[in-house]
Design a protein around this ligand. Sequence first.
Ligand code: 8YV
Length: 311
Amino acid sequence: MTSDAQHPPQARVVQLGGLMPFVREWLEERYAAPVLADLAQPAGVEVAVVGGGAPAGAAEMDSLPDLRAIVNFGVGYDNVDVAEASRRGIVVSNTPDVLTDAVADLAAFLVVDVLRGITAADRFVRSGAWARGEKFPLTRDVRGAVVGVLGLGRIGAAAAERLEAFGAEVHYHSRSPKDVAWTYHASPVELASASDVLVVLTPGGAGTEHLVDAAVLDALGPEGYLVNVARGSVVDEVALVAALEDGRIAGAGLDVFADEPHVPEALLARDDVVLLPHVGSATTQTREAMGRVVLDNVDAFLERGELVTPV
Ligand code: 8YV
């Protein structure tokens, strides 16, 4: 095929938003994949790659008449309108498994942090309080704490194993009981009332929106902590801020928010919350592994019309 600046080769792969620079480079090198805005000729594009929660909905699908696959960089795909895609015969993939350990690590770290006050203690030292002779308050053992995992999928189970190694007692709620030794609760409210720390690890999307509401937070209670490494949409953030302000829960560890990268002003000032910039999978090794799953899906789809990790 010949090409020049006026007649670039017909793209088969396009980049939608939210992709990390190294993934964009890989897509450019391997498939000469342009970004949607630079696409000269939309006809013929079969695969769209998206990441970072950027939308892949009806508008993006409308602009790509020959689209047949959406490849998502990320295990969560609430940014993709899967129902609309399947109506159009478009298949969707994500990046499961390769990020399980990194996200489960971060979930466990946040549980340890909210109980032991690690980042709060760091702020205490930096503020000069220790040097002034103040004493950092006693915290709480992880051993013996009841950790309630809300959503016992791959990441939830991996987080539970880590927390068990710390001596925590694991309880969980999922749509149905699993074949595990941990204690099942039939609803999020029941799980929260049994838990010292409630760890949110469900998928995002309409099915779980505000699953953690004021009633769940009240069930968690004034000694209870919330940890969320799933999606901000799963927690009613207004109810969370109110519960913290009223002392109806003890604190929170949050890696995800309703309107990222915006964090409610009220949370920024509080010492009883740990705030992270959505870094559950953000290690070099894990992000590269996710990138390779993306390429495997694009390759498999272009070669044989199949995805390796369809949702
Ligand atoms: C990333 C994530 O923030 O995989 C997910 O669902 O939330 C994270 O790994 C993001 O998707 C990377 O683009």
